[in-house]
Ligand binder design. Structure first.
Ligand SMILES: [Zn+2]
Length: 466
């Protein structure tokens, strides 16, 4: 557990108590002392307002003769120098390591090590908002960055960021090796979700930038232009069908740990070439109607997404790795395999490089129902599923709606809004080398007072998504 110094209060240090010999008092067997001593408290506190260069040592001792407590005869030594004869005392110390000993009358000395090393750490970075433009000085960002120990009860030390989100502060912490940084609003209930992440001391020597996400999103183009959605990060991490959440994360390496999958397609790669592959499997049959259906599905998706995300292409435009008996892997685009043996409706593989999605293999049983094609293509963008529950929305990525439903086979405004926010946070994360959606999700838990999870930044997606 790591405790951050209260601006005006103390930090309790773990104290190792060790008893050592009382020293030689002349010739012959050492007389058995009639008094005994014990150090009952030795606390280091740091108060930056009153002792900028010092820490404060507060100690309490106990002396007894048999079982009878005594109040006199105390002798405290620091590194062998007498410092007090009272049962308790306080002393400002220059940060460092010390040896504290107490004797009461003829008792043996009792000693312990005092680790009063305070290591100043300059924590700096930038809070980057996803909306409006983070570099637009006409919109002042009112955020603060706080540091505290991993233990929720430890106190927070915060500093306000400047209007463009830059922040830096000295956080004083001691022996513990990790703490939580959070980028939060200066005022309660503001329009941004916080971002929070746990750091080791070593990591804090580097600037720490955070992307914060606006709580709502207005679609700026396409079918849902002008519509505003409420963005709730944790909703995107609730597992839906096939145990997949909309924003993907994988459990592991051990129970209760999560790896976030944070990739999107590179902006320069859009529109993504999409092509039917007649050679994708022995059962594959490409009919003229398949090309028409694909073109139709792509133009509908582009209209729902509000830009040209996909374009019809020829399979020769992308590199294909074909392994006998396995589904081909496409690079530089998305290959469509129409294979009647596919079950139940479709499958999608996404391949990635270190930072981006860069290929997709979509297999569908048939192109006749545009829902299957559009659903799998949304997977190929890196999205998972939306749970089937009241508090969620009608979605292309949830259970099949009735064909009579006007939203049947549509990427709904929420699907598009969540995808766009994910895409934008990822872009800002890469542009500013910042903490992205994973930290925004943990920030929501943190703000709600929930324990932060054991999470890891990101993990390449090389698996099957249905
Ligand atoms: Zn699916």
């Amino acid at each position: 557990m790591f405790r951050l110094p209260k601006i005006a209060s103390a930090i309790a240090l773990a104290i190792a108590v060790s008893a050592c010999g009382g020293g030689d008092k002349g010739t012959g067997p050492n007389p058995v002392p009639t008094y005994s001593a014990a150090i009952t408290k030795a606390e280091i506190s740091f108060d930056r307002t009153t002792f900028p260069e010092f820490v404060l040592l507060k100690v309490e001792g106990r002396g007894t003769k048999g079982n009878i407590p005594v109040t006199t005869g105390f002798l405290w030594k620091l590194d062998g120098n007498e410092v007090s004869t009272n049962a308790t005392f306080e002393k400002p110390l220059v940060p460092g390591l010390y040896r504290l000993c107490l004797a009461v009358n003829d008792s043996h000395d009792v000693c312990q090590d005092i680790n009063a090393r305070i290591i100043p750490s300059k924590i700096a970075g930038r809070v980057v908002r996803n909306y409006p433009d983070p570099d637009d000085p006409s919109f002042a960002l009112a955020m603060k960055v706080c540091a505290r120990g991993v233990d929720k009860s430890s106190t927070k030390e915060c500093v306000n960021a400047d209007p463009l989100g830059n922040y830096s502060f000295n956080s004083w912490y001691q022996t513990e090796d990790s703490l939580v940084l959070s980028a939060e609003c200066q005022v309660e209930n503001c329009e941004y979700w916080p971002s929070a992440w746990r750091f080791s001391k070593a990591q804090l020597t580097q600037p720490q930038n955070f992307v914060v996400a606006h709580r709502n999103w207005t679609v700026s183009s396409g079918q849902w232009t002008g519509q505003t959605i409420d963005f709730v990060p944790s909703k995107a991490y609730v597992p839906g069908p096939a145990n997949l959440s909309l924003f993907l994360r994988i459990t592991g390496p051990s129970e209760g740990e999560y790896l976030y999958v944070l990739r999107t397609w590179k902006k320069e790669r859009l529109p993504i070439p999409v092509a039917l592959d007649p050679g994708c499997s022995v059962n594959a049959t490409i009919l003229q109607s398949d090309s028409t259906n694909l073109a139709h599905a792509l133009s509908e998706l582009n209209n729902e997404l509000g830009d040209n995300h996909f374009r019809i292409a020829n399979i020769s435009e992308m590199s294909v790795s074909r392994v006998p008996g396995a589904i081909p892997r496409y690079n530089g685009g998305i290959g469509i395999c129409v294979d009647p043996s596919v079950w139940p409706y479709g499958t999608t593989y996404v391949t990635t490089d270190a930072k981006y999605n860069d290929g997709g293999t979509v297999s569908v049983r048939s192109t006749n129902d545009k829902l299957d094609l559009k659903h799998e293509l949304f997977h190929a963008l890196g999205m998972g599923h939306v749970p089937i529950a009241n508090e969620f929305w009608k979605s292309l990525m949830a259970a099949r709606l009735s064909p009579s439903d006007p939203l049947y086979a549509k990427a709904t405004k929420e699907d598009v809004g969540y995808y766009r926010i994910f895409e934008q946070v990822r872009e800002l994360q890469l542009k500013y080398a910042a903490h992205g959606m994973a930290a925004i999700h943990q920030g929501e838990l943190y703000l709600a007072g929930l324990p932060m999870e054991n999470v890891y930044g990101s993990h390449p997606l090389t698996g099957i998504v249905q």
